[in-house]
Write a protein that binds this ligand. Structure first.
Ligand SMILES: [Zn+2]
Ligand SMILES: [Zn+2]
Length: 263
């Protein structure tokens, strides 16, 4: 499986991706925002774009569909529940569906609500698993729930699905918010040396070459995957005294999300 990350260089800091079969060169575009930029990247690599996958319906993940379809006649894939809001969807997806790219790539569809009600992540299995997670899991963070989402659902997606994937899973999110998210983690957990080290690097990184993290690393630096950490809970209680001495994981997650909204 070949993966090409495309930095949109916009204020929202979007990442778009090409996933291609190494044997046939057939490619799927994930979340095209700048359609022409995605087409140019595919051409430069000699890929033939056959499919588009929108992780969810927000415009910064779908705006390039038309440009890519016009030139390549690619099929558009998206969560069945988001299809009518996106428009032009050829295949509505549900949990457990398999997307094939060329001869060698198979991607499993995860139904991952929270950022929106109808959001999919793509999981590539194998020796070097990879997760394309849109606006659900970010490097050191979690998606907001401002536009059609629900923090309780996002918590369930994190705990029941994402946190259970192998630690070696490479994480390919929809935006680069790594530096800001790491600063949030450190504000919750000043003693987190892994997060401090990662922040030093992320502060000066060129997003074109941003590091790809693994889920194992996320579990060390992402506050939303550290819901039982005593230091984090103690600091959170300073903001929300009513959560008590031993808040459950769901409460910690929802309050972290609430705090991150205004942080
Ligand atoms: Zn979004
Ligand atoms: Zn987005």
């Amino acid at each position: 499986m070949l993966i090409e990350r495309i930095w949109a260089a916009n204020d929202l800091r979007n990442f778009q991706y090409l996933i291609a079969c190494a044997e046939t060169g057939e490619a799927l575009v994930v979340d095209p925002l700048e359609g022409q930029q995605c087409l140019d990247a595919a051409r430069a690599r000699g890929f033939t774009t056959r499919q588009i996958l929108n992780t969810h319906e927000h415009l910064d993940h779908t705006a390039g569909n038309g440009t890519v379809v016009a030139e390549t006649h690619a099929k558009v894939l998206a969560h069945a529940g988001a299809a009518s809001r996106i428009g032009g969807v050829d295949r509505g997806l549900g949990r457990g569906d398999i997307i094939k790219v060329g001869r060698t790539v198979e991607l499993e569809v995860l139904d991952t609500p929270g950022h929106t009600r109808s959001h999919v992540c793509l999981l590539a299995h194998g020796d070097s698993p990879a997760l394309f997670c849109g606006d659900t899991l970010f490097n050191a963070g979690a998606g907001n729930c401002h536009h059609g989402g629900d923090p309780g659902l996002l918590y369930e997606t994190f705990v029941n699905q994402l946190a259970k994937l192998p630690d070696a899973t490479r994480v390919y999110p929809g935006h680069d918010y790594m530096a800001r998210n790491l600063a949030f983690t450190i504000d919750r957990e000043p003693g987190n040396a892994d997060a401090a080290r990662a922040l030093e690097q992320a502060r000066t990184h060129d997003p074109v070459h941003a590091r790809v993290t693994t889920l194992g690393e996320e579990k060390r630096v992402n506050a939303f995957l550290r819901l039982s950490n005593p230091e984090l809970i103690a600091k959170l209680r300073e903001e929300f005294p009513d959560i008590g001495e031993q808040p459950d994981a769901r409460t910690v997650f929802v309050k972290l999300r609430e705090l991150r909204n205004r942080w």
